[in-house]
Design a protein around this ligand. Structure first.
Ligand code: GLN
Length: 449
């Protein structure tokens, strides 16, 4: 809980140094099993001592003394930014992303770089070149992905918060599986300068933390227009009467137990707040995956041309894993001139249509609620074909396609044998309503565990 931690630090009940030392010893103890962190920041403790001096003099930033973990596709000056790939195995960042500069300016401290699916391509934490990440809540299951290490780090108590990136669900999906909160802001709300892109028209950086308020605190620091990212902008916050919220529930496919759990929570929150709830129809809502992947494949192909072995690391085709190669080859194929845009252009058209459908839906309701992930995370070693793997993201890709903000909040647990498997509820709002979404999402947080 960031707010309480900051208060304790300010009141001298715990120093920044102690906070950071506690996290580092926890990481040293538990990370060998979970494998959420790839590289520790060797200077974290000395940086914390410097922050303690600032706190004593009263000249400290808003996040003074907090420790955070960064997905390994976000550049941090001097730290390894390898995207969990052999291609960039020893690549040291030569500058810091805008989000990092903003957080450091507020005196937060970097603990380390997180494991992830290779180049953010995956949804399970299994495609990293540096070993799988385990789900801290059920060790023999996947933590979700691609921000697997970021979500697992929050779940394992390795940090106060973490940063992830979300192209089609990579913040919300692992947040759901690991029982933490993950927020993907509106497209353009947070600068992506310094993020190694996966699919530029869909990528977004966002926070993962224990609860909605923590995500809100971090979002308010990292958001806003940045000259270095031309699509970034300042959204004007819509003020809305929280006593009059209308929730829209679209029909989507999901495991029955998950669906029932999410709807039970919706009933509870609706009744408690005297909100309205109605079933809505969103045309083509079932076409998310078919729209998302052609766009991703083509943008992955074009975005990875810089990894030709001359400037950064190794040639990607010679050094990457199967999933990355599948997308590069697939993207090269479907963007060929002879296909005359049959796939990419069509997918872009479908993107526009789905975006419009969501805009129409938000004329009838303020937020849309559905499960974050339609199924429970599989166990390591279980055979999952490519299609089933892609289908994990059926419900998360929609927010990226529609460019709207989305958050996953823990909703409960499904019991299977001796496992208690976390389930997340996903809440979506219209583009730019990020702060409203966060405000509403707080009402969905379950307190009983
Ligand atoms: N799992 C999705 C994919 O593999 C989403 C990844 C992401 O959001 N970075 O593309």
């Amino acid at each position: 809980m960031i707010y309480d931690k900051l208060k304790q630090i300010r009141e001298g009940k715990i120093s920044a140094e102690e906070n950071i030392r506690n996290f580092i010893s926890k990481i040293r103890k538990d990370n060998p099993e979970i494998n959420a962190v790839l590289h520790l920041n060797e200077n974290a403790v000395s940086q914390a001592c410097e922050i303690d001096k600032k706190i004593k003099s009263g000249k400290h930033g808003k996040l003074a003394g907090l420790g955070f973990i960064v997905k390994s596709n976000i550049n941090v000056l001097g730290m390894i930014c390898n995207c969990a790939s052999k291609t960039l195995e020893n690549y040291k960042a030569t500058y810091s992303a805008t989000v990092i500069e903003k957080l450091l300016k507020e005196d937060a401290i970097i603990l380390g770089m997180a494991n992830m699916d290779e180049f953010a391509m995956g949804g399970s934490g299994e495609t990293s070149a540096f070993g799988i990440t385990r789900n801290p809540r059920c060790l023999d299951r996947i933590p979700g992905g691609s921000s697997s290490g970021s979500a697992a780090s929050v779940g394992a108590g390795f940090c106060d918060f973490a940063l992830g990136s979300d192209t089609g669900g990579s913040i919300r999906n692992p947040a759901s599986h690991c029982g933490v909160t993950g927020f993907k802001p509106s497209y353009g709300a947070v600068s992506r300068y310094g993020l190694v892109d996966m699919a530029m028209s869909l990528d977004q950086i966002g926070p993962l933390a224990e609860n909605v308020e923590d995500c809100e605190i971090i979002f308010n620091i990292i958001k806003g227009r940045d000259e270095k990212d031309s699509i970034s902008r300042n959204f004007k916050d819509d003020k809305k009467d929280l006593n009059k919220i209308a929730i829209g529930i679209p029909k989507v496919g999901a495991n029955k137990e998950i669906w029932d759990m999410v709807m039970k929570q919706v009933e509870l929150v609706t009744a408690r707040n005297h909100w309205k709830k109605e079933n809505i129809e969103i045309n083509h809502i079932d076409l998310g995956i078919q729209t998302y992947y052609p766009i991703v494949y083509v943008e992955v192909f074009s975005g990875t041309r810089k990894f030709d072995g001359r400037k950064y690391g190794l040639k990607i085709e010679d050094s990457c894993g199967e999933e990355v190669l599948r997308r590069i080859l697939g993207g090269a194929e479907i963007s060929k001139a002879e296909h005359a845009g049959r796939y990419y252009w069509r997918a872009l058209k479908a993107k526009k249509i789905i975006k419009n459908e969501f805009e129409k839906a938000f004329k009838k309701c303020d937020i849309i609620v559905m499960p974050t992930v339609p199924r429970i995370p599989h166990k390591f070693g279980e055979e999952i074909n490519v299609e089933d793997m892609y289908n994990y993201d059926t419900l998360t890709v929609l927010a990226n396609i529609a460019e709207i903000p989305g958050i996953s909040v823990p909703c409960g647990f499904i019991k299977e044998a001796k496992d208690s498997i976390p389930v997340g509820i996903q809440i979506l709002a219209k583009c730019g309503d990020d702060n409203l979404l966060l405000e509403i999402a707080k009402k969905f947080e379950t307190r009983e565990n």
